[in-house]
Design a protein around this ligand. Structure first.
Ligand code: BGC
Length: 768
């Protein structure tokens, strides 16, 4: 808990509420709280996994375990359940399962249960639901409107399944490309992640976070924060992050999301600078709740209160771990299997280790969420209200998002698009797999699909056959994944078949990358693409036929030694169910590429970097005896992506040459499509600070972007606008400052230098 001095300090820094206060709703929260017993309050702070109360029967239906609903909800008053038993179930089955739980909750507690699911790239756990590209693809579109619309569809299909809450969006900044959760996020940049995250909040929750409608659901922004910066690159391992980067970069998308109305936040399983985030009063209560004035709810990640003593070893036993987490600001524990948490928390309250005021604060936050979702009035929404579940429009949106997310990284001599009639050899382990197109969180946690699931969708091979004609497209995989093994397992290769098949082809489309994985099981020790798949590309190139390399991967696997062998390279990331058809649209030229890399693509496994590296990391040749020349290498930079057309840029025209804090800055630039095809271009504004006296400046930072469509020959003037405060930075002391001096703003190759005339120190932690 906060000591009084800290409370007083906060009072002076508190911002306006992140979500406007609704007095009528607050009155209902208070009235409910006033009639609750301590056991009922603790139950509302508990979340259990569905496996505790139910199983899958032999016919695939969910079967409740005898007596368990009575124990969990009747006796322990548990207020939240999560997850799917095994794999996705139909919307009707969800309504029956969640309906049964709601009936029991209303009967025995008079408070609805809140059910939560990882609907992370569409209706993941609802059979037949729309599966969109993963978030890394949504980022590559550079189109927040698409991200918003996709989230709205997911919300609709999730609510059609009677589930009111998803553990999305995931806005962890990708700062280590080896991390197995790269693809769940929006890339390495704070601005792109903030814009995409906020757009998804609006899509999921609708316009009013106090009154979430029946077609919308609550979000849980995760995993707060710096989860994505493990030093080891392995999942759930410690991050070491400077105070400046923590506040300025990692916190940025969380702040953007809660200001967009996010109703809940899920916590980083691991530690930052030695402190497990689940035990950090500073990060949970001060940064997330008090400073931005956020009245939402914080839920733990899986088993993470337990992990404080079993893994992190900052507590001696479970009881100490519970006290630590709840006093730090946790409101709901994703236990997820045991209810001894309820008994231990009760003891802690009775002993005075956890104050009643903290319990009441947590329960208010849970109740507020349930009222905001309208669950007290309608615990299960009307069955007939969702006629558009998995509609053709939803599928079309997923296809559009997939098309806009694929990135043309290289296209020597315009080998792409492929002309009609081209004879294509399709090879590689990713060529004929729905599993690898979708990645993790698809039907099952690890994205493993049973035979028959998603049969009506097209793999890359099927889509190319449909587009170019079955007689023009041959298939020799060369390498296949071993579906019975872990995600890295491959079967013995058959390169000879590839050599043979190449004889009758004009071009080889080699589809390589990764099989699906999720979380810790996706850890790796070598960021290189697998040796067998590299060999496949060498074999393909040795036939003398041009190779189009298609990368279908959740993170940037290093390919520097085989990239020169490819005439073209397309990174499709994890494009989801419509990915095969979207790729056929692009390779055939029916659509044009417009995706951009949302991260820096590494060239060497020991030279990992982000585009906003510190200026001191690159130095020119030094005079004298010692040459300390230093460089950063990458395969392709953040923001890279080609098109079938070309764009040219005019001069960048700033609205003022001098500015100070409080000003709004405009930058105008003419962009022309100088090619012969229509295309979409993302216009990006970067800034570089000449001198930053309180922290070594970043090389450059993305400050604004806009994606536009231009017909051949068309010119558009694009205006990019930022508040001057966007050019502020966080010093090594953890505080925001806008310093006087020069800044170079740049769009493409057009720079403009502007000058800040006076230094401004921000008195509040978030520049309010
Ligand atoms: C993951 C979360 C997820 C949760 C519930 C955890 O293992 O880290 O991202 O939301 O499980 O399924």
């Amino acid at each position: 808990m906060l000591v009084p001095a800290a409370m007083a300090a906060l009072a002076s820094t508190a911002a306006a509420p992140a979500i406007p206060r609704d007095e009528a709703l607050e009155a209902r929260v208070e009235a409910t709280l006033a009639r609750m017993t301590l056991d009922e309050k603790i139950g509302q702070m508990t979340e259990l996994n569905i496996d505790v109360i139910a199983d899958r029967g032999p016919d695939g239906r969910v079967v409740f375990k005898p007596g368990m609903l009575d124990t969990v909800i009747g006796k322990y008053k548990v207020g939240s359940i999560l997850n799917v038993p095994g794999s996705a179930i139909s919307p009707e089955e969800w309504r029956r399962v969640i309906g049964t739980i709601q009936d029991e909750s209303m009967r025995s507690i008079g408070i609805p249960c809140i059910y939560g699911l990882d609907q992370n790239h569409g209706a993941t756990y609802t059979a037949g639901g729309t599966l969109f590209p993963q978030n890394i693809n949504m980022a590559a579109t550079f189109d927040p409107t698409l991200a918003r619309d996709a989230a709205a569809v997911t919300a609709y299909e999730t609510r059609a399944s009677a589930c009111p809450w998803t553990y999305s969006p995931t806005v962890d900044l990708v700062r280590n490309p080896a991390w197995p959760r790269v693809w769940e996020n929006f890339g390495e940049d704070p601005l792109l992640s903030s814009r995409m995250g906020a757009a998804q909040i609006h899509g999921f929750q609708g316009p009013d976070p106090n009154h979430v409608g029946p077609a919308n659901i609550a979000t849980s922004v995760k995993h707060y924060m710096a989860y994505s910066a493990p030093v080891s690159g392995k999942d759930r391992t410690p991050a070491v992050v400077s105070e400046a980067d923590l506040r300025e970069k990692h916190f940025a998308p969380y702040l953007a999301c809660i200001r967009a109305g996010a109703l809940t936040v899920m916590v980083n399983s691991s530690s930052v600078n030695g402190v497990p985030v689940h035990s950090s009063e500073r990060l949970l209560t001060r940064w997330l709740k008090d400073e931005p004035g956020w009245d939402g709810m914080i839920v733990t990640d899986w088993y993470d209160i337990n992990n404080l003593w079993t893994r992190e070893r900052v507590a001696r036993d479970k009881k100490e771990a519970i006290a630590m987490a709840i006093n730090a600001g946790i409101d709901m524990a994703m236990e997820p299997y045991e209810w001894d948490y309820c008994t231990l928390l009760r003891e802690l309250v009775e002993e005075g280790t956890v104050p009643m005021s903290r319990i009441d604060d947590a329960v208010r936050r849970v109740l507020r969420l349930k009222y905001r979702l309208g669950l007290f009035d309608a615990p299960v929404p009307d069955a007939g209200a969702y006629p558009d579940f998995a509609s053709a429009e939803h599928t079309a949106l997923a296809r559009k998002a997939a098309v806009e997310s694929m990135i043309l990284l290289k296209n020597t001599d315009g080998i792409l698009p492929l002309a009609a009639g081209t004879r294509i050899l399709v090879t590689g382990p990713n060529a004929n797999s729905m599993r690898s197109l979708n990645g993790g969180w698809s039907v099952t946690w690890q994205g493993r699909l049973d035979h028959g699931e998603l049969d009506d969708k097209h793999t890359i091979l099927e889509a190319l056959r449909e587009r170019f004609g079955s007689d023009r497209v041959t298939y020799a995989p060369g390498v296949l994944y071993d579906e019975a093994g872990d995600y890295q397992a491959e079967l013995a290769p058959d390169f000879e078949a590839v050599r043979r098949a190449a004889a009758g082809a004009d071009v080889i489309v080699a589809c390589v990358g990764e099989n699906s994985y999720c979380e810790t099981p996706g850890n790796l020790s070598d960021l290189n693409l697998s040796a067998t798949q590299k060999e496949l590309v060498r074999v393909a190139a040795s036939t003398g036929k041009p190779v189009v390399l298609v990368l279908n991967e959740g993170r940037p696997r290093v390919i520097s030694d085989i990239e020169p062998l490819a005439a073209a390279v397309v990174d499709i990331l994890l494009p989801g169910n419509e990915g095969g058809d979207a790729l056929a649209d692009l390779l055939s030229g029916d659509a044009n590429f417009s995706g951009r890399l949302p991260y820096t693509y590494p060239r060497d496994v020991n030279s990992l970097s982000t585009y906003d590296y510190k200026v001191s990391e690159v130095t020119g040749v030094m005079a004298g005896a010692y040459d300390y020349k230093a460089d950063i290498t990458c395969q392709w930079p953040f923001g890279h992506g080609l098109s079938y057309t070309d764009f040219s840029y005019g001069e960048l025209r700033p609205s003022a040459r001098e500015f100070c804090h409080g000003d709004t800055l405009h930058f105008d630039i003419d962009v022309t499509n100088v090619g012969t095809r229509a295309g979409r271009e993302t216009v990006m504004l970067y800034s570089s600070d000449a001198v930053a006296s309180r922290c070594v400046p970043d090389n450059r930072r993305l400050r604004a972007f806009e994606k536009i469509t231009l017909e051949p020959g068309q010119t558009r003037t694009v205006r990019l606008t930022i508040p001057a405060s966007d050019l502020a930075y966080v010093g090594a002391d953890g505080r925001w400052v806008l310093e006087r001096g020069d800044f170079t703003l740049r769009v493409a190759d057009s720079p403009a230098t502007i000058t800040c005339t006076a230094t401004h120190d921000y008195p509040t932690p978030n520049r309010d």
